[in-house]
Design a protein around this ligand. Structure first.
Ligand code: BES
Ligand code: ZN
Length: 949
């Protein structure tokens, strides 16, 4: 009944919207806007040179409802670009640019209309050319879909490269960090240097030049950039420079070699005074050798060697691993002072935030070192996965981002084998998404996206982390050799083309060794949101029965209606396990349509641990007796388990306890083995749980008992790691140290806070007081937390403002947010708005840092609501970090009052743009927090009482 009613409602809504939309479209085409249009056309026809744009605003005039979701945002496929002959003159002094684009076209179906993208550009002239002859035409700009629609007054016949579209345009580069934009930095003498640079993914190429801005509209780029002759300026693009011409007025034209066929979002233009360091990439027979360069501001040349060495190593590894040549003659990596993302894989000219590329022995920390290496590994992987072979449309983005997020671990592991990268996958990628995906805020990996907001929104944790996690699972069950062969086949078969998920799976299924139905298996993971929990019951000493169901972190979320998935929320699960009798991994399949799986062993094991090294994307729950066996074996000798298994036991136990699937005492009992644990990865799982429990219990009457238990637990390892940072060869030890020190400070271990404060005070007194870069961040943070007065805060603020290094500046920015004085935090919030203090690229992390401080939390929440309109005005609703800020600020709310505030706020501003899903996640999270306390507090209280130190 209910379902039927739902369907009727949906049909009604669909019918109504279809009616409304067609009315709107008609209105735009013929109705009350038509006179406006005619007038515009007339103007165009009568004027030879159009100097002002004619903008037809198609924002519906007949209704106040936003019709966005029903609009067809896609370009028609009847006209396709083959070559962009692109001329851009970015004026770094005025912050404006102008240019023209001559687009060669293939006409697939004869038409009079050419539709392409253009946004925030002033179009000054449009010409349709048949060979050399101009066909008279008119054009209009459609704001909502960001279309430039050109109407020729003659039919364009089916042809290849016969017609050209020539468009002249200009636009603005200042006040933004997407599209073609200005970035600037201070020279040592205090003067400001401005450069021009670009970032186009996913839909911002159209803000730089009119183009067919969809990933499958690949074309060749012939680029010319204009740059000043003086000031050390030069130009960079995807391809190497092919010529330079002095054009007078202190300017030169730089031309570039023709590109290969590529998507619009991968083009890049930089006019800067950057210096570079160069190295050789050896292809070892897979294509040609080529040069790699690292570019950055000239003052930072000393910070380039690490990126270059790492970049060369990782690129060589990929060429060998993929067995597919790198098709461009060069690969540059540039550090941009203002950069909205971590990095961007623009082909042949990868762009980075400075913090993700530059490494200085004296300033950078071990964590910075790893970040630089992994970001390089991620972006370089895209040269193949994403650039050479591109998803057909953004709904398959996981093919790009999931794959790069997986293979970056292999790339980094190859360059730095002692960093335990493969074990680190669990803590940096898997665990986070396992918990997100267990909420109602989840969505399937492959999801329909149409408009730019939805496209931006899909660059999320599910795409990156679930995508990479299920690829990791896939490699584990088909085996690394076959996986590698499949990847080579996929890349080779589809080079310079576009693909869907099925193409990737086809390449695997085509391997003769693959006998399972990998397509069907993977569909259960890509098309369904969420994840299963496998419950293991011991039905005899040698016999185990496995059942599966969808796992929810909040049991209230389980509603028993699974009809929105063809697989009924059952998954085809690769079951693996080890026992005390054999350290070899045993394997079974538990298919989505199978009955419960029974596994029989020849001999009764003492313990059995499923989901070996947590390669599978699922949780495992056991009988109490089996949990006890695991716990006791851990306590007796933790080394009978791998690091991955230990991390997975802790992670599963706490997640299941949080979800009230197992008693909380089972999870807390597991922590007892930690007295002997020394590994970074496992401690990282433990410390993140210890600190998150602190947060959850902070305002309860059991906090005191909890905190003393937690401090006691961490005390030994805290003393073991000490405060002396070791050299770069002790990477993992260094990472463990900082992880433990941060956790200990966060849990309020007295000695830890004292050490941090002492060092902090010495540094306040003398800026040159030597603090190892690894511990600087926590010294600033907990020093400020413990001792921050107005005067101290001002001192740090001044150091922050004057700090030229981006990594150190980040730490200072973080330190400032720890002060416990409300009015200073309020001042910080307000000053963050000013770009002279905080670059736009850092604005949201700055607010989030402040919100992570208990005193700042409500201040930020208040500020964001009060200032929503101007924040949206500055960053737009399409900004990825604006959306994700909401769940971050509200992440610890755990009351109905807060939830109501959120609901009221969302109601007041119903347009969420790219933050739609983030709002759902934020609300879901607060509901879960409320529920969590109700569900678990009592059990935790009892356990703590029993286990008092
Ligand atoms: N392709 C993305 C850059 C990007 C991110 C474009 C979001 C559009 C929207 C790039 O490869 C990427 O994934 N960058 C990450 C960092 C990376 C190391 C995971 C980022 O910027 O967050
Ligand atoms: Zn990426």
């Amino acid at each position: 009944m209910v379902a039927a009613a739902k369907i009727v409602t949906i049909l009604l809504v669909l019918a109504l919207t279809a009616f409304t939309v067609s009315t709107i479209v008609l209105a735009v085409q013929k109705g009350n806007l038509s006179s406006q249009l005619d007038e515009a056309r007339e103007k165009i026809n009568t004027l030879e040179k159009i100097t002002t744009p004619v903008i037809v605003d198609t924002t519906p005039v007949t209704t106040t409802e936003a019709p966005k979701p029903q609009i067809n945002y896609r370009l028609p496929r009847n006209v396709k670009p083959t070559v962009y002959d692109l001329y851009i003159d970015p004026d770094v002094t005025t912050g404006k640019f102008s240019g023209y684009n001559v687009i060669s076209l293939n006409i697939i179906e004869s038409t009079k209309t050419i539709t392409l993208h253009s946004h925030l550009l002033t179009i000054t002239k449009v010409k349709v050319l048949d060979g050399e002859t101009e066909i008279p035409s008119t054009f209009e700009l459609e704001k909502v879909r960001e279309f430039l629609i050109v109407d020729a007054n003659a039919e364009l016949a089916v042809s290849e490269n016969r017609y050209k579209l020539r468009v002249e345009f200009n636009g603005k580069m200042d006040d933004k960090i997407i599209g073609l934009y200005s970035s600037s930095y201070l020279k040592p003498d205090g003067s400001k240097k401005t450069i021009a640079t670009s970032k186009f993914e996913p839909t911002f190429a159209r803000q730089s030049f009119p183009c067919f801005d969809e990933p499958d509209m690949k074309a060749i780029y012939k680029v010319t950039l204009v740059t000043p002759i003086d000031g050390g300026y030069h130009a960079l693009s995807n391809m190497p420079q092919s010529g330079v011409k002095d054009i007078g007025d202190g300017l030169k034209e730089v031309t570039f070699v023709d590109s290969v066929a590529m998507s619009t979002y991968l083009s890049a233009f930089i006019v800067s005074d950057f210096d570079y360091l160069e190295g050789d990439v050896r292809a070892n027979g897979v294509g040609e050798d080529f040069k790699m360069r690292v570019y950055a501001t000239p003052e930072q040349k000393n910070k380039m060697p690490f990126a270059l060495e790492t970049g060369v190593k990782i690129t060589e590894y990929y060429i060998n691993y993929f067995q597919v040549e790198y098709p461009l003659p060069k690969l540059d990596m540039a550090a941009i002072p203002d950069f909205v993302s971590g990095a961007m894989e623009t082909w042949g000219l990868v762009t980075f935030r400075e913090t993700s590329l530059l490494y200085d022995d004296k300033i950078s920390s071990t964590a910075n070192r790893q970040r630089v290496a992994t970001v390089i590994a991620h972006e370089v992987a895209h040269m193949w996965f994403g650039n050479l072979v591109t998803m057909k449309w953004w709904n398959e983005l996981w093919l790009n981002e999931g794959f790069a997020s997986y293979i970056e671990y292999k790339g980094t592991d190859c360059a730095f084998p002692d960093w335990q990268m493969l074990d680190q996958f669990a803590i940096s990628t898997l665990h986070g998404v396992l918990s997100l995906d267990a909420t109602l805020g989840a969505h399937p990996i492959v999801q329909t996206v149409e408009n730019p907001d939805q496209i931006t929104e899909i660059f999320d944790t599910i795409t990156y982390s679930k995508g990479s996690s299920i690829i990791r699972m896939l490699e584990d069950f088909i085996g690394p050799k076959i996986f590698q062969k499949s990847v080579t086949k996929y890349l080779t078969d589809n080079k310079f083309g576009n693909t869907e998920t099925s193409d990737f799976l086809d390449a695997i299924a085509a391997q003769p060794e693959v006998t399972i139905d990998v397509r069907e298996i993977m569909r259960t993971w890509t098309e369904q949101m969420g994840l299963p929990v496998v419950k293991v019951e011991k039905i005899s000493p040698t016999k185990f029965k496995l059942t599966q169901k969808r796992f929810f972190s909040n049991p209230e979320d389980y509603k028993g209606t699974y009809d929105d998935s063809v697989f009924n929320y059952k998954w085809s699960i690769p079951i693996t396990f080890r026992t005390d009798l054999s350290s070899e991994v045993q394997r079974y399949w538990y298919m989505h349509n199978d009955e419960p799986l029974e596994i029989e062993l020849p001999v009764a094991p003492k313990w059995i641990k499923f989901n070996s090294d947590q390669y599978g994307y699922y949780r495992v729950d056991y009988d109490t007796e089996m949990w006890d066996a695991l716990k006791n074996s851990l306590i007796t000798d933790l080394n009978v388990f791998t690091v991955g298994d230990r991390a997975s036991i802790l992670n599963d136990a706490f997640s299941l306890a949080d979800a009230t699937t197992i008693p909380y005492e089972t999870a807390l009992d597991m922590t007892k083995y930690l007295k002997d644990e020394t590994e970074y990865v496992t401690w990282s799982v433990a410390s993140s749980k210890l600190t998150s429990l602190k947060t959850s219990l902070m305002f309860t009457d059991i906090y005191k008992n909890y905190i003393s238990y937690a401090r006691n637990l961490i005390d030994k390892v805290y003393k073991d790691v000490g405060w002396n940072v070791e050299g770069v060869t002790e990477h993992i030890k260094n990472r463990k140290r900082v992880n433990i020190l941060s956790a200990a400070c966060s849990l309020g271990v007295e000695d830890c806070l004292k050490q941090a404060s002492d060092k902090f005070m010495l540094w306040i007194a003398d800026k040159n007081f030597d603090i190892s870069s690894d511990i600087r961040e926590l010294v600033y943070y907990y020093g400020m937390f413990s001792t921050g007065s107005e005067q101290i805060w001002e001192t740090v603020l001044e150091r922050f403002v004057n700090e030229p290094d981006a990594q150190e500046k980040n730490r200072l920015m973080y330190g400032l947010s720890a002060v416990q004085v409300p009015w200073l935090l309020q001042r910080y919030i307000e000053l963050a708005w000013d770009e002279r203090y905080v670059r736009s690229q850092d604005y949201f992390s700055c607010l989030q840092n402040i919100a992570a401080n208990r005193v700042g939390e409500s201040l930020v929440w208040h500020y964001v609501r009060e200032n929503w309109v101007r924040i949206v005005e500055r960053f737009t609703l399409n900004e990825r970090y604006l959306g994700s800020m909401i769940p971050s600020i509200t992440g610890r709310f755990d009351s109905q009052t807060r939830l109501s505030e959120m609901e009221a706020f969302f109601e007041l501003y119903p347009e969420a743009g790219a933050g739609e899903g983030a709002r759902v996640r934020a609300k879901e999270n607060v509901k879960n927090n409320i529920q969590w306390l109700e569900n678990n507090k009592e059990n935790i209280a009892q356990w703590l009482e029993k286990n008092k130190a």
